[in-house]
Design a protein around this ligand. Structure first.
Ligand code: HXC
Length: 257
């Protein structure tokens, strides 16, 4: 498919989506959001794709929702989904998403990164929720995901003042999985994606489901979920292959079944 605001690529079992609206620092306008959800859901539906890397440019992962497009929207426009319907599908994706963040990840850009499972940051990355400067508040989940990621007090400081956080502070705070030199960002993200894509896909889906449950459920419920999911893994061929390969001192050959 040809997109106007994205580049997509597949290499082996790894797909890459590159946000490509350089004139606006990858601001998320309605076209970009529609295309992003489209591309991501198409990769998600393809069992040949085991992991997805989502990235932007060197200067910006994404500088947030497109402010100029949003400026004249009404309450009803926004409540009905406005220029950005369809996020529910993105948030329910089953394929692991790795955000490779260089430069600005602000507002909706920071929130988009937080919708991913893993965030790898270049040392140049800057995270922030500057919506307060625009007379609004985070609207793509930032007020909920940021405190879960970095705790109430750090999240409140960022959301109420709009201050940005550099890569090192973000790593220290638990907002990013890992910081790497900017020049190595894409290679490191690809390596992580390839590692995940080499595992049993049903096991990866189940592990992502369980991680999701940890974000959403009380502990006792989450532990019950895990107990079922763990037992269910023993219904797959890949469980047998993985365990026998270990005992036989060889690499497993997962067939994603
Ligand atoms: C529209 C944007 C934009 C945005 C940058 N641009 N961010 N356009 N929406 N979010 C445009 C600029 O207008 C400019 O266009 C071009 O991109 C380059 O940006 P500059 O500002 O000239 O670059 P620089 O001086 O380097 O500053 C970078 C920056 C700044 C610090 C990132 O652009 C900035 O503060 N952007 C806004 C960040 C923000 O507030 N994000 C939160 C948005 S609200 P021209 O045409 O002038 O060259 C949000 C809500 C999410 O995300 C929830 C929705 C439901």
């Amino acid at each position: 498919t040809e997109y106007t605001t994205l580049l997509t690529e597949t290499r082996g079992r790894v797909a890459t989506i590159t946000l490509n609206r350089p004139e606006a620092l990858n601001a998320l306008n309605s076209t970009l959001v529609r295309e992003l959800i489209d591309a991501a859901l198409a990769f998600d539906a393809d069992p040949g794709v085991g992991a997805i890397v989502l990235t932007g440019s060197e200067k910006a992962f994404a500088a947030g929702a497109d402010i100029k497009e949003m400026a004249d929207q009404s309450y009803a426009d926004m409540y009905l989904g406005g220029p950005f319907p369809g996020w529910g599908g993105f948030e329910r994706m089953r394929t692991p998403l790795i955000a490779a963040v260089s430069g600005f990840a602000l507002g909706g850009g920071c929130e988009l990164a937080m919708m991913c499972d893993i965030i790898i940051a270049a040392d140049t990355a800057k995270f922030g929720q500057p919506e307060i400067n625009l007379g609004v508040l985070p609207g793509f989940g930032g007020s909920q995901r940021l405190p879960r990621a970095i705790g109430k007090y750090k999240a409140a400081e960022m959301i109420l003042t709009g201050r940005m956080m550099g890569a090192e502070e973000a790593e220290r705070s638990g907002l990013v999985s890992r910081v790497v030199p900017a020049s190595e960002l894409l290679a490191e993200a690809a390596k992580t994606a390839e590692t995940i894509a080499s595992k049993s896909l049903p096991a990866v889906y189940a592990a992502k489901d369980a991680l999701q449950a940890a974000q959403e459920m009380p502990l006792a419920e989450g532990l019950r979920f895990e107990r079922q999911a763990f037992a269910a893994a023993f219904a797959t061929d890949d469980q047998s292959e993985g365990m026998h390969a270990f005992a036989e001192k060889r690499a497993p050959e997962f067939r994603h079944r």
